[in-house]
Design a protein around this ligand. Structure first.
Ligand code: HSE
Length: 301
């Protein structure tokens, strides 16, 4: 009588690919439990793990708003009623695709409940709409990997052109969330609208190199390519101890280090779980010295 869906956290941008690349983590992730009701309409009955920050009002909550939107699209809003429980297992505004995971879980659940009228590809634009509601911009680089898993490329947003990429077996992500709030909306306003051609050349070389590295299983090429000259210099200002954390990761042998999504979470890419664990521990200890609380996650890509 109910549907229980888990949707994973994601690392958008994959360091070099602002708004176009992203990958899913194994954990953390958000859960949605959806039940059918006899009264038409969408209600939120419970939210946990959000420190009371998310609206219970079904029109204002992104998850229920997206579910309503999908029901309207299918012309079912007068006939279908659901209750939604949302269980958040990751911090909001952390750069781990928190809003995306909730939206994907909610939309996947309603689609399942209705007998899968839409394919995952058809569901994706509704998830993107959720991102627009949550942060004012409809980027797909969190929702796509959360919905499809693995590594995804969004070649274009209009129309959405999604390309799943190969995932080299040994990639492990070490993620640390320093507990400061950086809303995506703010982190997007900060970045410059214009870029220099010489920087753009470096960046698209890196993106092409990363995609080639994923196809060739070439970890050196992946390492050389996962660098960001466009966004990181500006956004790093919002992240305490960013360059110190980078130094720790690279000294411990990480292939690459950068901002996860719009931050403040950071991500180190490694080939080794033990190395990833060590990086998380050392970064957390370093942040603790500056009295910054943090969460760490180690996950396969
Ligand atoms: N690509 C988006 C950004 C991801 O960097 O703003 C937000 O999580």
């Amino acid at each position: 009588d109910h549907i229980h869906v888990f949707a994973p956290a994601t690392v958008a941008n994959m360091i070099c690919g602002f708004d176009i690349l992203g990958f899913a983590l194994e954990e953390p992730g958000d859960e949605v439990i959806m039940r059918k009701t006899s009264v038409p309409g969408v209600v939120i009955t419970k939210i946990t793990g959000d420190d009371g920050r998310l609206p219970m009002d079904a029109d204002k909550n992104t998850v229920s708003a997206c579910v309503q939107f999908l029901l309207q699209h299918l012309e079912l809003e007068d006939r279908v009623g659901v209750e939604i429980e949302l269980h958040k297992h990751m911090p909001i505004g952390s750069g781990l695709g928190s809003s995306a995971a909730s939206t994907v879980a909610g939309l996947f659940a309603i689609n399942k409940m209705l007998g899968d009228p839409l394919s995952k590809e058809e569901l994706l634009p509704f998830c993107v709409e959720g991102e627009r509601l949550a942060c004012g911009h409809g980027h797909a680089d969190n929702v796509a990997p959360s919905l499809f898993g693995g590594i995804t490329l969004i070649r274009g947003h209009d129309p959405l052109d999604l390309i799943p990429l190969p995932v080299p077996e040994e990639l492990v992500a070490a993620v640390v969330f320093p507990q400061v709030d950086v809303p995506t909306r703010d982190a997007r306003q900060l970045i410059k609208e214009k870029v220099l051609l010489k920087d753009a050349v470096i960046q698209w070389g890196n993106i092409a190199g990363l995609v080639a590295g994923l196809f060739k299983n070439d970890y050196d090429l992946i390492s050389r390519s996962m660098q960001d000259v466009l966004i990181e210099p500006t956004r790093a200002i919002l992240i305490p101890q960013f360059y110190e954390m980078k130094q720790i990761a690279l000294e411990n042998g990480a292939l690459s280090f950068g901002i996860s999504g719009s931050g403040p979470s950071v991500v180190a890419i490694t080939r080794d779980k033990a190395m990833a664990k060590q990086i998380v521990e050392q970064i957390k200890a370093h942040l603790a010295e500056s009295e910054i609380e943090s969460y760490g996650y180690v996950s396969g890509v």
